[in-house]
Design a protein around this ligand. Structure first.
Ligand SMILES: C[S@@+](CC[C@H](N)C(=O)[O-])C[C@H]1O[C@@H](n2cnc3c(N)ncnc32)[C@H](O)[C@@H]1O
Length: 462
């Protein structure tokens, strides 16, 4: 297999405002194979399974086992990792995640290592971003608890560590320094793992891996230059007759080809589209947001999305005791939460949000006595609307939601701008950049809400 540098069409270089990135070293013709990563060079639940045996029949999850391995072989300060197997790969990973919101959130909990500027930014996140960050933080603590219990029960795992400062007591106690190291390990997994077929079931949570070289690719919202070549189902299963049996290609070498129809010139940065994620998810999971310019969202040049859960919940609460019944109905029908608004023309609320607002404006007495058949008929598409008055009522509430968002975004943008105008000494080097990301999250709220308000006022039918 040709995996040497001379066969590679890409290399890692500094990328402006994004750490490292993957760049073309030569002209790359359409569909060319960019590089192939051998199965044994990837870190995943299969390549680590021999080192981390199951505990009471239960393996650690892929995130837990990969992050535990990184933790046990974390390089010391500016040095190299001493892991005999994956050390040279681990040494290429980012050395810190100080700018990542999960680091700020865990540090707040630990009440240590807290950078005051990080804590300040944490207090200025839009509510939907804060709640996504809380959910991510909860996932982090769950994994850390599971890893600590695992190592405490199997102390010989510590013997495999290439670090001098690892012992089982540190896992038992979960000291702050080890927890901080685990944040580093966990964030490497969360920001760098990709889909990789290890299990016959396409949607199995086992299907993920850390993959050298590919993991230098930064995200672009529109184009993806890189196409992972997953073995086709027909190649995975050799079962013309008899029971299905998978071949050894499951979990095989991983090839990446150019996804471009034209030749890529040398020195071009190659991007990988991580998914069609809204900015709040990119910010919370990966620590950055897509850049866009004023008016881009309104013109549909890029997606603008706002989650309005907290404001809509306030509207339900304001209904008094009937709110609980409304929530139960929405839960039963699968429409509670995940309420969003979008700037793509014509700017609009999501169908889920419309459905919730329609119930909010049903008569309390009808809700109380389970007489919401007309609302259900609209949900099922059997009837277009409940009545013209009812439509007007929820549209008015939608307008109020937009006004709340606009007011809140404006005051936060003013607050953040004041911070920029008061330059301070000794700021962390990532501060300005993350301040820009947080400002962009608020600007998105402002622009989406303004566009949706315009749609409501001009009578757009959703
Ligand atoms: C898979 S890694 C990509 C390589 C990474 N830039 C590095 O230096 O190793 C994902 C991380 O890269 C950064 N990143 C990716 N795409 C970005 C973008 N479009 N803008 C800014 N940062 C980006 C984020 O920090 C993200 O968590």
């Amino acid at each position: 297999m040709k995996v040497g540098e001379e066969y590679m069409l890409v290399e890692c270089r500094d990328a402006p405002n994004a750490g490292k990135g993957l760049f073309a070293t030569h002209s790359i013709p359409p569909n060319a194979t960019l590089f192939i990563i051998p199965a044994t060079a990837m870190m995943n639940s299969r390549t680590l399974s021999a080192t981390y045996p199951p505990l009471q029949g239960q393996y650690l999850s892929p995130t837990q086992v990969i992050s535990l391995h990184l933790l046990l072989h974390k390089p010391h300060d500016g040095g190299e990792s001493h892991d005999s197997r994956f050390g040279s790969y681990i040494s290429t990973l980012p050395r810190d995640f100080d700018s990542h919101p999960l680091t700020w959130s865990v540090n707040k909990h630990l009440q240590t290592n807290s950078n005051p500027k990080a804590q300040e930014l944490l207090g200025h996140l839009p509510p939907s971003v804060s709640s996504s960050l809380q959910a991510l933080t909860a996932r982090f603590w769950e994994d850390w608890d599971a890893v600590r219990k695992y190592v405490t029960a199997l102390p010989m795992i510590c013997d495999s560590s290439s670090r001098q400062d690892i012992d089982v007591d540190r896992f038992r106690l979960g000291d702050s320094a080890l927890t901080t190291d685990y944040v580093w390990a966990w964030l490497n997994v969360n920001t760098r793992c990709i889909y990789y077929r290890l299990d016959p079931s396409v949607s199995s949570p086992l299907n993920m891996t850390l993959c050298p070289i590919l993991d230098f690719a930064n995200h672009a919202p529109t184009a993806t230059h890189i196409k992972p070549v997953l073995p086709l189902d027909s190649e995975l299963w050799a079962a013309p007759t008899g029971p299905r049996k998978h071949t050894k290609r499951l979990g095989g070498d991983y090839a990446f080809t150019s996804n471009c129809e034209t030749t890529i010139p040398p020195d071009t940065e190659l991007f990988l589209r991580y998914g069609s994620h809204p900015n709040r998810k990119l910010f919370v999971e990966y620590g950055f947001t897509n850049t866009w310019h004023e008016g881009d969202l309104q013109r549909g040049r890029c997606d603008g999305e706002v989650d309005v859960q907290d404001i809509v919940e306030e509207h339900f609460k304001a209904k008094g005791p009937i709110a609980d019944t409304m929530r139960r109905i929405l839960d039963e029908e699968g429409y509670w939460g995940d309420w969003t608004m979008h700037a793509s023309p014509p700017a609009h609320p999501s169908y889920r949000l419309i459905t919730a607002l329609r119930l909010l404006h049903c008569k309390d007495d009808d809700v109380q006595h389970d007489r919401v058949g007309h609302w259900k008929a609209v949900v099922l598409g059997e009837q277009a609307i409940i009545s013209q008055e009812h439509e007007q009522a929820w549209r008015n509430t939608l307008l109020k939601i937009c006004e709340t968002l606009i007011e809140r975004a404006n005051s936060n943008i003013v607050g953040l701008n004041e911070r920029t105008l008061r330059p301070e000494h000794g700021l962390p080097d990532w501060y300005e950049w993350m301040l820009g990301n947080v400002r962009r999250l608020w600007l998105e709220e402002l622009e989406v809400a303004s566009c949706v308000a315009q749609s409501v006022q001009s009578g757009v039918e959703f």
